[in-house]
Design a protein around this ligand. Structure first.
Ligand code: MIC
Ligand code: SF4
Length: 758
């Protein structure tokens, strides 16, 4: 397998040949028009011969074109891959070093510090990639999704990535899905990728954006309408005349943040904006190849004529009347127009002052984003205004950094006092060493990122984070306050002049082309030279630990299980397995288990991260209790509320419980990736048939899960709860295991099934 710094056009042409054949067969068979996403899915079916799968129900096997992994999730994926004993990856795979770089001082020094602090992990990722034939993007080369968009994404392709914002590539018309590492390992080992055939939500865009409204506002509005769970199990497809008015990078922003509504992925049909972006990034041949099959990369006319007949639901958005939005705090779907934030902040008692403003990330650092934000900053500075809050800029890739530096845009930010951070995730993932505020200091930050769960950016629960477009971030930074409406309010310069900020002006693509900057890609050596590469994992390492397969199910029903945690309210992956400082242990299952459920809110009393240890009745932090249950050989369950595990793709949120003895997680509902991750690791993911049964579980209860020998698709699983006084109650739970997936449970993990077949 040769892996390059870009997707070879031959691979794309082969994908298009399959697409054309599969789409005409499907159209003939179903006799109905097909959506863009349906066509791409059909074109990647492992077995395209059968009838079309049932939406929202059937599990199907796909053959994705690529796999991409970032450094924080790639470690666990590679550790799993290595246990399969293969010599190379079966599909083109790349690794991107972006999550581990901490934002402290500035790009150069932070990168140097990362190279020193994470050298063991970087060495491992570089050598393991070379050994097994994967491409390696060095630290500093950029954030996975931006690098993929600039180099690998192609219209009509299918990719899986071990990061929930992989759908960013939907901006180039690719079905790009965020998965846990175990899903990536399936594909890297040559097996198909198994996922439920989704439902399809159509978003009909009309009109065109103008003034302060940006592509970000489309997804902030969609999040408002659909909420954080509204996209679960669905692909969101944007269509209509408004879609063509949005640049490819703007489309990518919209698709990127589709992760926040739980969507499997989001995408746009192929159009001129994508062709322009492909050409600007040196992929003219790809644009020509896509143009030749354009009819397969957009919805059939019948879909456009009757959207309601083709999509499971349709949302209408008129871009011409879409106001700039700002969402938060605590949840990305808490939306309002920016003009209404001040009143809400006053009513809620939120601080008015902004403590930091952050622009960039994988969501919003395109040339267009940066030019729009820079146009505001330079106009403001020219009128004597200064930024009133620290302004941090994160370029999404080295190519973007070098280009905006060359074109004087970074200079505009720097002159205004901004700090330019490394081309990496940084503050977006809690890699932000901040000394200006401490835990307990209520403070507000505004970012152009996508997530805003508590503690997400700086690890402080007292920070209220709001997400919005880059241009609104800089406008608010200039005001220093959240009760500023850039459309209608004015600011005052030091000499008292009243300034009305002009509307942002952007340039879609760099007129002088992109500057690639410093080369960041390492191709794997040719096959003959790979065997000599040694992949070292020191047995005494704190950062990396060899994985041992989980034990198969012993064939007996579960009895006497303790309830480690019953989580109340939101229990995101950040609550289950926090990021920030814990990113250091993503390759060491035992050490990272030190964060297990540290952020979960105990339904019995509301304490965060602690509960009653059933071995001795003491109150202890959950990670410690889990460790003690593990040592005592106890099995246990975790109980959760709705949309359990929303947020990240990190499979640590499933592997840690599994490692510590969790056999089942019972919730009101799951986020898609979290549910799959649990299933893959051999943990039963059960949902209460009657959501009210959540209330039936008490702190000292013991749980029994019966009938497991008869586990079958669609058959409920009976759960019995025995109280400390011996009283019992029983209820049904549901699961979504298919027949194949039941084998994962029996074998102990999906990987054990693969190993037995190799
Ligand atoms: C995130 O945005 O939360 C992350 C960090 O990119 C994660 C991946 C991770 O936890 O490693 C994601 O979204 O999947
Ligand atoms: Fe990195 Fe943030 Fe993008 Fe996740 S959302 S990939 S942490 S920049």
């Amino acid at each position: 397998m040769a892996v390059h710094a870009s997707t070879p056009v031959t691979l794309i042409e082969a994908a298009y040949a399959r697409l054309a054949a599969a789409v005409s067969a499907a159209r003939a068979q179903t006799g109905r028009p097909l959506t863009t996403a349906e066509k791409i899915l059909i074109g990647h079916l492992d077995d395209p011969s059968g009838p079309l799968p049932e939406r929202g129900r059937s599990y199907v096997d796909f053959r994705p074109d690529r796999v991409a992994m970032q450094d924080a999730t790639a470690q666990m994926a590679w550790l799993q891959f290595m246990t399969a004993g293969l010599t190379e990856v079966a599909v083109p795979t790349t690794v991107h070093c972006d999550h581990l770089i901490q934002a402290r001082v500035d790009a150069r020094r932070d990168l140097l510090a990362a190279l020193e602090n994470h050298d063991e992990v970087y060495d491992f990722l570089e050598s393991v990639s070379a050994r097994y034939g994967a491409g390696f993007w060095k630290p500093g080369s950029g954030i996975i999704h931006q690098v993929v968009l600039e180099n690998y994404a192609f219209p009509g392709g299918m990719m899986i990535g071990t990061d929930s914002h992989t759908p960013n590539a939907g901006g180039l018309g690719m079905v790009a899905v965020g998965v846990g590492g175990a899903d990536a390992v399936d594909v890297m080992t040559g097996f198909p990728w198994n996922v439920r055939w989704p439902k399809f939500i159509g978003v009909h865009l009309t009109g065109h954006l103008s003034g302060w409204s940006a592509p970000k506002d489309v997804i902030l509005k969609v999040a408002d309408l659909l909420t954080v769970a509204g996209g679960t199990g669905a692909i969101v497809e944007y269509f209509g005349p408004g879609a063509e008015t949005i640049s490819a990078t703007g489309k990518a922003t919209i698709c990127n943040m589709g992760a926040e509504i739980g969507a499997t992925t989001s995408l746009f049909a192929y159009d001129e904006s994508m062709a322009r972006f492909l050409k600007a990034t040196g992929r003219e041949q790809m644009a020509a190849a896509a143009g030749a099959v354009a009819e397969h990369l957009r919805p059939d006319d019948g879909v456009l004529a009757d959207p309601a007949g083709s999509y499971d639901s349709v949302i209408e958005i008129d871009l011409s009347s879409l106001a700039p939005h700002i969402n938060g705090p605590h949840s990305p779907d808490r939306a309002r127009p920016v003009s209404e934030l001040g009143a809400e902040a006053a009513a809620e008692g939120w601080p008015m002052e902004i403590s930091a403003a952050l622009v960039g990330s994988c969501t919003n650092s395109s040339y267009e984003d940066i030019t729009r934000a820079a146009s505001i900053v330079s106009a403001a500075v020219a009128r004597g205004l200064k930024v009133q809050a620290p302004l941090l800029v994160t370029p999404g890739s080295e190519q973007i950094r070098a280009t905006i530096a060359r074109d004087g845009l970074l200079g505009i930010f720097e002159e205004a006092g901004a700090t330019v951070l490394a081309n990496a995730c940084g503050p977006c993932i809690g890699q932000w060493s901040r000394s200006d505020v401490a835990e307990g200091d209520a403070n507000v930050i505004v970012t152009s990122y996508n997530r805003n769960f508590p503690k997400r950016n700086d690890g402080l629960a007292s920070t209220l984070a709001f997400v919005t477009s880059p241009e609104v971030v800089v406008a608010l930074a200039l005001a220093g306050r959240v009760d500023f409406d850039p459309l209608n309010d004015t600011l005052h310069s030091d000499d008292g002049t009243e300034v009305h900020l002009p509307e942002p002006i952007g340039t879609e693509l760099p007129p002088d082309g992109f500057d690639p900057g410093e080369a960041g890609f390492l191709a794997p050596p040719p096959p003959g030279e790979r065997d000599a590469i040694e992949v070292r994992i020191s047995p005494t390492s704190r950062r990396l630990q060899e994985l041992h397969p989980f034990a198969p199910w012993d064939g007996r029903d579960f009895e006497g299980l303790a309830v480690l945690v019953k989580a109340a309210g939101k229990c995101t992956t950040d609550h289950i397995s926090a990021a920030g400082p814990w990113l250091a242990y993503r390759g060491h299952l035992e050490n990272i288990s030190g964060n297990l459920f540290a952020g979960a809110v105990n339904a019995f009393g509301g304490a965060v991260g602690e509960g009653k240890d059933q071995t001795d009745g003491q109150v202890r932090p959950y990670p410690e209790i889990a460790k003690r249950y593990h040592a005592a050989g106890w099995s246990w369950v975790a109980v959760g509320d709705a949309n359990y595990g929303e947020g990240s793709s990190r499979e640590h949120a499933a592997m840690e419980p599994r490692f510590r003895g969790c056999v089942a997680v019972i919730t009101r509902s799951f986020a898609r990736i979290a549910e799959t991750n649990l299933k893959k690791q051999g943990v039963l993911a059960l949902t209460f048939a009657d959501p009210a049964d959540y209330d039936a579980i008490g702190p000292d209860d013991r749980i029994a899960i019966g009938g497991l020998a008869d586990l079958a698709p669609g058959r409920p699983v009976r759960v019995k709860v025995t109280g400390p006084d011996g009283s019992t109650t029983a209820f049904d739970t549901r699961h979504t295991l298919s027949a194949d997936q039941i084998d994962w449970f029996r074998a102990g993990s999906a990987l054990n099934v693969i190993r037995s077949r190799l």
